[in-house]
Design a protein around this ligand. Structure first.
Ligand SMILES: Cc1cc2nc3c(=O)[nH]c(=O)nc-3n(C[C@H](O)[C@H](O)[C@H](O)COP(=O)(O)OP(=O)(O)OC[C@H]3O[C@@H](n4cnc5c(N)ncnc54)[C@H](O)[C@@H]3O)c2cc1C
Length: 359
């Protein structure tokens, strides 16, 4: 996602770009994600991460329109709203506290009564009375990430980006402080600039260069239900778990956070845990069919911030990785700030909190 987004941004600014992926283009964590785009600050904020989220949130609708116009692919971007449920006192306290944060950042929200929740989402009626509280955030959006990736890849190809699949970058070729190219499948490819966008695997490139990094894989697992029509109109969130209704009757249920290295297999235990929670929250789901399960490796970082910018000690080497649970949301904004950094323009956001040398 990050590599394709950056490539599309760079090619539209006149650069000549090649994207090389060790697997199929547009798979990785980006394919596995849920595509939730939670609301972001509408008012001015000094927090660089919040500025990045805010820029990303603003760019998604326009990128989606442009991708549709250029490729004919509807990426499923919808402003569907998000419901936040509190079943326990701790969840209630967190969400009640969030009200101050939402207010401060001009994020619209509505605290729902039991009736208000059921009016909005009638299929949540069986649990409505058991909740300690619930909130509606109208500005939560969703995108169908596999379709978004397909659209981005097509738009890149149409604009002249070279996409090379199933070819791993084995080594960066370095002369003093300059990267001259890379080695892959026994071949040398020259490059005037390189940006590492390999998600959870970016760790390997840092290590090869002898640089420290806090990037690590954090596995998430997902359950896909299929019914004849959507049982919800909004995304439903409870803590780190969520239900994402798609317009054609599919519902995604996720997820978990597991530190198990580069193991991308699903486990019975996690799938059972997710489906139990999903069917308990939305009992109608027990009448739906589970049609697929999968896992993906989020690129986590030690301080939950991505690494964005120039690699310390290198004139023409950049990195954009470590977006953890928000890489889909942050992709457009990352593309803009990284294209600025690579083309020598001052990015609209101070990138120093994201500097690659930290940690
Ligand atoms: C279950 C789950 C749910 C999620 N839900 C959301 C969500 O709702 N909203 C959101 O914003 N984010 C979500 N995320 C997080 C989001 O998916 C990631 O932050 C994002 O996909 C990271 O994008 P990326 O391009 O950096 O990494 P990836 O998509 O993993 O891409 C990295 C690519 O690098 C390639 N690669 C690796 N090593 C090499 C090499 N040596 N040479 C060449 N290529 C290489 C890989 O093949 C891969 O294709 C979710 C993630 C998971 C797993």
């Amino acid at each position: 996602m990050i590599g394709l987004s950056l490539a599309w941004e760079l090619v539209r600014r006149g650069a000549k770009v090649t994207v090389m992926d060790s697997g199929a283009i547009g798979r990785g964590a980006s394919w596995a994600g849920a595509g939730i785009l939670p609301p972001a600050a509408k008012s001015v904020t000094n927090d660089a991460y919040e500025q990045l989220r805010s820029l990303g949130h603003q760019l998604h609708p326009n990128w989606s329109k442009r991708l549709l116009a250029d490729t004919g692919i509807d990426n499923g971007f919808r402003r569907c709203g998000g419901i936040y449920l509190a079943r326990t006192a701790a969840e209630f306290a967190t969400l009640k506290g969030n009200e101050y944060w939402w207010q401060e950042h001009s994020i619209d929200f509505e605290a729902l009564s039991t009736n208000g929740l059921v009016r909005r989402e009638p299929e949540l009626a069986p649990i409505a009375e058991t909740l300690k509280g619930s909130w509606f955030l109208p500005d939560e959006c969703q995108v169908r990430n596999p379709r978004h990736l397909q659209a981005l890849a097509k738009a890149c190809l149409q604009s002249g980006v070279k996409l090379i699949e199933n070819q791993r970058v084995e080594r960066l070729l370095v002369e003093h402080t300059v990267v001259t190219g890379l080695e892959s499948a026994g071949q040398i490819m020259e490059a005037s600039q390189v940006c590492i966008c390999s998600g959870a695997w970016a760790r390997e490139s840092f290590q090869q260069l002898g640089l420290q990094t806090g990037i690590m894989p954090v596995r998430g697992q997902m359950v896909l239900y299929q019914g004849s029509q959507p049982p919800l109109s909004s995304v439903v969130n409870e803590g780190h778990r969520y239900l994402v209704p798609r317009e054609d009757g599919y519902v995604l249920a996720g997820s978990v956070e597991e530190e198990v290295g580069y193991n991308c297999e699903t486990t019975d235990a996690a799938i059972t845990q997710i489906s139990n929670w999903a069917e308990n929250t939305l009992p109608l789901l027990s009448k739906f069919q589970i049609v697929r399960t999968w896992a993906g490796l989020r690129p986590g970082s030690f301080d939950a911030l991505p690494y964005l910018g120039q690699m310390p000690g290198y004139e023409n080497l950049f990195v954009a990785a470590g977006h953890f649970r928000s890489g889909l949301h942050l992709a457009c904004a990352t593309a803009v700030v990284m294209a600025d950094a690579m083309l020598g323009k001052l990015p609209p956001i101070d990138l120093s909190p994201f500097r690659p040398g930290r940690g």
